[in-house]
Structure formats: structure tokens, C-alpha cells
Design a protein around this ligand. Structure first.
Ligand code: KG4
Ligand code: ZN
Length: 349
């Protein structure tokens, strides 16, 4: 079955549009994708302002769709399915993508499919040069989620463990803020950490020995706050870099050890890492080393597809349709799901 899927992502602060084509029996192919990041717009506020996010998405989405069609040398009528992020995310922002996708589908007489944002992240390594094979353990580390999952196929996801408070990305972002770094904090903290000594501060590794696969990062943020308060008024670059490096090391160690525990528990020998924090170089180094030692293959999305993008949404829709898990529909009376657990997705037969 060959399908041309247009994907629209608008759940948070990136407007992403992409075109993916399914090939018979093969991994779907990314024909073109375009992204507009709102980072600069939200930076002045130190975080995402939902109302501004929605207004910007609506300004960007149609021009980005045109750009993608031009790049892929395709015309609107060639689109078979219009996919959009249905949730989780900011309600107003989601409504923009869903509204445009459903209007486009209705105008073209083509079906639409609402996609789970985390399923998009989870499947994004299938667009990489080294795509995984099922089954695998997935470490999903984004700004809002930190989960370990057993993945047996498209739509067959079993939650093994998750954070009981902050997500890994949130730990990066909040610690970065305490260190006086801008938004988004993850990449900024990682850059500063390059100049620091990661053994300088002894920070907690919450739930490391809990015996289960859950995470907790709220205590780490408090520990960083306590340290940061100590050098208020004495802004020494090296001290900040040392604290950044120690914070990153604590987050990375917990993520690596829990991932290995999940692999051991499931007996699987394949790990997929997805979500924004998956772009972190230290995390990749540490996971590569640990997995090589235990004979585990590890797969990542291409670096530019780690954070939010339209390609993963088009891909997830294409893979769900191709695997027969879900058919696209012509119910243009859509709704969005700001909160939506991944295990509530329609499952494979
Ligand atoms: O997946 P994503 O783009 O959006 C969500 O679905 O949440 O993830 C964004 C998160 C932010 O918390 C950001 O700080 C973090 O990913 N992030 C990083 C890096 N790049 C993005 N964290 C650490 N190191 C990075 N290089
Ligand atoms: Zn995301």
C-alpha cells in the first residue's frame, strides 16, 4: 500500500509539517519536512506562553505546509491522509493543528488521523539511517514525560515505569533556570556542563535503587536550588559549570541505570531512545557505552528529529495505517486530548 501522509505537529512550541510516503512492506520514507520554532518568541518570558503559542502556530502552519509540498514536488490532491497531533499538549495549540488538518481533509475529501505525540517520538527512530526492529525497550525522555516502555509493535505498548513527579526534560529546564540559563534549559545546561567537573557536587540519584522502573526528579531540582542559593551574589562561572555538569551527570546516571534494568527485566536486547532529552550528547555517550557492554543495540532518532517535529506525526500515522492498527477517518468533528496516557491508545488486534 502506498500512502502519502501529511503530518502536522502543534502541541507545544514548535510548528512542524512533513510529508511521509509508505512503501509496501518497507519503512515509511520522509519526503520533506519543515519546522518553525517559537523558542525565540517565548525566551523573553522564560517559558512557553500558551496563548502566544497558539497564535503563532496558526500563522505558520499553512506556509509550512506549502513549503513542504513544494519541496517534495507534490500537489495538495496527492495527499491521501492528513495527520495531526491530537494530544497530549497545550489545548489551544493542539486545536490549531487539529483544526487545520480537519479543514484540509474535509476540503480535499481525504481522511484524517489524530496521532498521539509520544507515539510519534517513540517511532521516530524508524526514520533514521539505522531503524530498529520490534520488540524493544523504549526510553521516552521529553519535556513532559519520562517513561520506559516495552514495545512489541505499532500500537503495542506496555508501560514499565515512569516519573512520579518531574520529567527528565523538566529537571534539565528547571535546573537551568536556577543556574540563570535561558529557556529551553536542556541544551543550555548541556553546553555549560561541557566546561564543568561532573563530580564537583554530590547530587541525589532519586529512586536509583528503588527496585522498580519509576523515576523521580523533583528532589534533584531542590538539591540544585540549595546549591545555587549558596552562590547567590557570587556568580562564579566555574562553579555554575560544575553544578551544571553534576546535575547532568545525576540525570544521565539514573536514565542509563533504569534503562539497563528495564532491558534486564524484559530480557530484550534492543533499546530505542526518543524525545528531546535524547539529543543530549552525554546521555548518548553513556547509553552507548553501557549498551555496548551488555550486548544491547541502541537506536536514536536523527538528531534534528529528537525534539518536536511534523515528521514523527506523519510517520506514526503512516505506520498505524500500514500496520492495520487504525484506519484514518472522515469524522471531521474532532477533539483534542491535552492529557492522554499512551496506553489509552486504540491497540493493535
Ligand atoms: O520532546 P520535546 O521536544 O518536547 C516535549 O514533547 O516535551 O522535548 C523538549 C525537552 C526540553 O525539556 C528540553 O530542555 C530538552 O527536551 N532537551 C534537552 C536537549 N535538547 C532538548 N535536554 C538535554 N540536553 C539536550 N541537548
Ligand atoms: Zn515532544
Amino acid at each position: 500500500m502506498s500512502l502519502l501522509v501529511l503530518g502536522i505537529e502543534s502541541s507545544c512550541d514548535e510548528t512542524g509539517v512533513a510529508l511521509v510516503r509508505t512503501r509496501d512492506g518497507g519503512v515509511p520514507e520522509l519526503l520533506a519536512h519543515a519546522l518553525h520554532s517559537q523558542v525565540a518568541m517565548h525566551a523573553d518570558y522564560g517559558g512557553v506562553v500558551p496563548e502566544l503559542a497558539s497564535r503563532d502556530h496558526i500563522r505558520r502552519v499553512i506556509p509550512l505546509a506549502n513549503q513542504v509540498l513544494t519541496q517534495a514536488e507534490q500537489a495538495l490532491p496527492a495527499i491521501d491522509v492528513v495527520a495531526y497531533t491530537r494530544g497530549p499538549g497545550l489545548a489551544g495549540a493542539l486545536l490549531v493543528g487539529a483544526g487545520v488538518a480537519c479543514a484540509l481533509g474535509a476540503a480535499l475529501g481525504k481522511p484524517v488521523l489524530g496521532v498521539h505525540h509520544l507515539e510519534g517520538h517513540l517511532l521516530s527512530p524508524f526514520l533514521s539511517a539505522d531503524p530498529p526492529e520490534f520488540p524493544f525497550v523504549a526510553l521516552l525522555v521529553s519535556g513532559g514525560h519520562t517513561q520506559l516502555m516495552r514495545v512489541d509493535g505499532v500500537g503495542r505498548y506496555e508501560l514499565l515505569g515512569e516519573t512520579i513527579d518531574d520529567a527528565a526534560g523538566e529537571a534539565f529546564d528547571k535546573s537551568a533556570k536556577l543556574l540563570g540559563l535561558g529557556y529551553p534549559g536542556g541544551p543550555a545546561l548541556a553546553r555549560l556542563a561541557d566546561f564543568g567537573d561532573d563530580t564537583a557536587y554530590k547530587l541525589p540519584r532519586p529512586l536509583l535503587h528503588s527496585g522498580n522502573l519509576d523515576f523521580s526528579f523533583a528532589g534533584l531540582k531542590t538539591a540544585v536550588l540549595t546549591q545555587a542559593r549558596k552562590f547567590e551574589g557570587v556568580p562564579c562561572e566555574q562553579t555554575r559549570a560544575d553544578l551544571a555538569a553534576s546535575t547532568q551527570a545525576a540525570i544521565v546516571e539514573v536514565l542509563v541505570k533504569k534503562s539497563l534494568a528495564a532491558l534486564k527485566q524484559t530480557g530484550l536486547k534492543r533499546l530505542v531512545v526518543a524525545g528531546g532529552v535524547g539529543a543530549n550528547a552525554r546521555l548518548r555517550e553513556a547509553l552507548n557505552a553501557a549498551c555496548a557492554k551488555s550486548g544491547v543495540r541502541v537506536h536514536y532518532p536523527e538528531l534534528h528529529l529528537c525534539t518536536d517535529n511534523g515528521a514523527m506525526i506523519a510517520l506514526a500515522a503512516a505506520m498505524r495505517v500500514q500496520a492495520g492498527v487504525e484506519a484514518p477517518n472522515t469524522d471531521y468533528a474532532f477533539d483534542v486530548k491535552p492529557r492522554w496516557p499512551l496506553d489509552m491508545l486504540p491497540l493493535a488486534a
